[in-house]
Design a protein around this ligand. Structure first.
Ligand code: HMG
Length: 380
């Protein structure tokens, strides 16, 4: 039975900054962010947005009434959770008006969570072929003002509908994964900012890539030549490029490098969205690229702490008709630009009337309206 991605969409908040503005403010050469890190813009979440609102905005782009009736497993992957006990999937379940006869859970393993969700969803459909599984990745990346991690922040959500006989991508039953207990990047319960050892995290990311990629190639007797494109977890686009260079030569395989460029167009404008970053890159490749039926895409998922996985997908004939390209481009093009001063005020939760008026125009179908009796309130 073929199982895979039938629908896929993303949402990123309607406010952003230019990284060249941030570099100038921080007295850094803009080329460090634009070329050295490989990022152009960064989405900024206001107080109206959290992982739930972003998830609803992303899911709403793809789900029909029939999908909502057939979804019997909702997997919410996040590392910016809104509650320590109640899963984000239960909030989402109500706001999306899903069928109550379903399982709803939240998964956490840093940026790797959505990949675990996809693999669980695959097994669920294998056992119950008529069901549909909704996997949502949603996160806000926060390192702090004037930190080394600052240009690699971002916010956004990706919604993925898994079914049998999918319209976009078939999941190949091939993968290899690797775990180690390390402290490269983590966020203790008492902190709303991530703690990161930047250089160590880069080294571990690449080491895990090498381990999982080589294990996959050995297990299935395959090589780089069996792939038409690669997508990476992208905290910033330069790291994926460096990883691709570990396995391919630009002069011998120019197509792989051209496809990598296309796979980073959206990520360069949104920033790191943790669990959703790999899948945002996948959407960028599908919508901006020109893959053909049966093309094989290799995906590298990495979540600090740390777990890595390399797996693969095959392109389904006619996939282009099932994408949301125009809606995604319009969403990014219509975001409101913030000054660095405004961005810093949002970061510090310091909202002036002028800032509130600017934020009012943000494109969102649901917003977070505060906490009453310890309960989070969402309004449409
Ligand atoms: P940094 O120390 O500010 O930057 O930190 P740098 O000095 O390493 O420079 C970055 C690059 O810019 C270098 O290129 C410089 O040469 C270049 P490279 O050597 O890497 O090829 N550069 C310039 N290029 C052009 N013109 C210039 C210029 N100046 C310098 N003028 C770092 C960078 C990414 C470490 C930092 O931003 C950071 O700590 N970010 C957060 C951590 C991170 O993203 N780690 C990635 C791996 S871990 C991961 O992916 C998991 C994660 O998503 C979390 C999760 O799993 O939940 C983070």
């Amino acid at each position: 039975m073929k199982i895979g991605i039938d629908k896929i969409a993303f949402y990123s908040p309607g406010l952003y900054i230019n990284l060249s503005d941030l570099a100038i403010e921080r007295k850094i050469d803009p080329d460090k962010f634009l070329i050295g890190i490989g990022q152009i813009q960064m989405s900024v979440p206001s107080m109206m947005q959290d992982t739930i609102t972003m998830a609803i905005n992303a899911s709403n782009k793809i789900l029909t009434k029939e999908d909502k009736e057939k979804i019997d497993l909702v997997i919410f992957a996040t590392e910016s959770s809104v509650d320590q006990s109640k899963s984000g999937a239960t909030f989402i379940h109500k706001l999306l008006e899903l069928n109550n006869y379903s399982r709803s859970i939240e998964i956490k393993q840093a940026c790797y969570g959505a990949t675990a969700g996809i693999q669980l969803g695959y097994s669920h459909i294998l056992n119950q072929p008529e069901s549909k599984v909704l996997v949502i990745a949603s996160d806000i990346a926060r390192y702090g003002l004037d930190t080394a991690g600052e240009p690699t922040q971002g916010a956004g959500s990706v919604a993925i509908l898994l079914t049998k006989n999918p319209s976009i991508l078939e999941i190949e039953n091939k993968s290899s994964y690797y775990t180690e207990d390390i402290f490269d990047f983590y966020r203790p319960n008492y902190s709303d900012l991530a703690i990161v050892d930047g250089k160590y995290s880069n080294d571990k990311y690449q080491e895990f890539f090498s381990k999982t990629y080589n294990a996959y190639m050995g297990k299935y007797q395959m090589s780089v030549n069996d792939f038409d494109a690669f997508c990476f977890h992208i905290p910033y686009t330069k790291i994926g490029l460096k990883s691709l260079r570990m396995i391919a030569d630009e002069t011998k395989s120019p197509n792989l490098f051209e496809n990598y460029k296309l796979a980073t167009i959206y990520n360069k404008r949104v920033g790191n969205i943790y669990t959703g970053s790999l899948y945002l890159s996948l959407i960028s490749l599908l919508e901006q690229g020109n893959l053909k039926k049966n093309d094989r895409i290799g995906l590298y998922s990495y979540g600090s702490g740390a777990v890595g996985e390399f797996f693969s997908l095959r392109v389904v004939d006619g996939y282009k008709n099932c994408l949301q390209k125009a809606s995604h481009e319009k969403m990014l093009d219509s975001r409101i630009q913030l000054t660095i001063d405004e961005y810093e005020n949002i970061f510090k939760n310091n909202y002036t009337e002028t800032l509130k008026n600017k934020i009012k125009n943000e494109n969102t179908i649901v917003y977070f309206n505060g906490v009453v009796d310890h309960k989070r309130i969402y309004l449409k």
